[in-house]
Write a protein that binds this ligand. Structure first.
Ligand code: ZN
Length: 293
């Protein structure tokens, strides 16, 4: 969908409400309170009365669009622009495009990133998974390797049978220790998967969990070939994070990494991205400014 087509499909809030209704309740109305599908009378275009529990349910209830100062049409435009721009969309760009204050644009984009993260948390990697650590943020001269003050993260990539990447996960961590490695692996990788790592001591704990651990000690060129995909994806993630969001606060780096992963995991479904993102925003738990900052 191009800009002109988008503009003519969603000229006013009304068209956005109708579309959101279709995305949220594709078959029939389902009461989020009692689960009844006995849809009562539609009071306004945005409000049903449930016949089961008499609750009045709006199409935006329990979505991040509910009772925000931003019109649904502005949300639609934001999601459309984010879905369209592979390199990611900055708050400065968005505030100019929609003529809204920078802070509001920033908040909307972070809410969308939170919805992306919420969506990806529903899935675990499985099969053969490459795992490694990575460092993000400005260089920290004088401190090498794991003593760096840069943001540390664990990266995992689920591979296809012919050793190509399928899905990825990136999680920032406070320090690289066995507790973080275990927590990351248990939450992000399905039991009985095979996890490939380098020979670093901290990964040995994986063998004690319900994974099969394939650790390879390598040096020189062999080290570069080992965990081939992790290295490529980390380098792309760094470009994404620093390219669009110059000098971003390290505090929010996880959200940018969440966006990177969400996009990567749906790279073959670009045409559906607007609908998928809209659904993600309609189903993720609403998040407040305080929770974001
Ligand atoms: Zn109900």
């Amino acid at each position: 969908m191009g800009l002109l087509e988008f503009q003519s499909r969603f000229p006013e809030d009304r068209e956005c409400y109708e579309y959101l209704k279709k995305i949220r309740f594709p078959r029939e109305f389902l009461c989020p309170r009692c689960g009844s599908s006995a849809s009562g009378s539609i009071i306004t275009r945005d409000l049903w009365q449930c016949k089961g529990c008499r609750a009045q349910v709006s199409v935006t209830a329990r979505t991040m669009f509910h009772r925000t100062r931003t019109s649904l049409r502005h949300w639609f435009w934001t999601i459309f622009l984010v879905a369209k721009d592979k390199r990611g969309h900055s708050a400065l760009q968005l505030s100019k495009e929609l003529n809204i204050p920078y802070n509001r644009a920033w908040l909307m984009l972070h809410k969308i990133r939170a919805a992306m993260a919420y969506r990806d948390k529903l899935y675990q990697l499985d099969g053969t998974v490459e795992m490694d650590e990575a460092y993000f943020g400005a260089p920290d001269p004088g401190r090498k390797g794991r003593s760096t003050r840069r943001v540390k993260a664990l990266v995992a990539i689920g591979l296809t049978e012919d050793n190509r990447p399928r899905f990825i996960k990136i999680q920032t961590i406070k320090r690289l220790d066995a507790r973080c490695v275990k927590g990351f692996a248990i939450s992000q990788i399905a039991q009985n998967s095979t996890i490939r790592t380098d020979g670093l001591h901290v990964y040995r704990c994986l063998a004690n969990l319900s994974f099969s651990h394939d650790a390879t000690v390598a040096s020189g060129k062999a080290k570069g070939d080992l965990l081939h995909w992790v290295h490529i994806i980390v380098s792309n993630a760094k470009t994404f994070v620093t390219g669009t969001f110059h000098g971003l606060g390290e505090k929010h780096i996880q959200r940018y990494l969440d966006e990177f992963c969400y996009r990567f995991n749906r790279r073959h479904r670009e045409a559906e991205l607007f609908d998928r993102l809209l659904l993600a925003c309609a189903t993720a738990l609403p998040i407040t400014y305080d929770e974001l900052t």
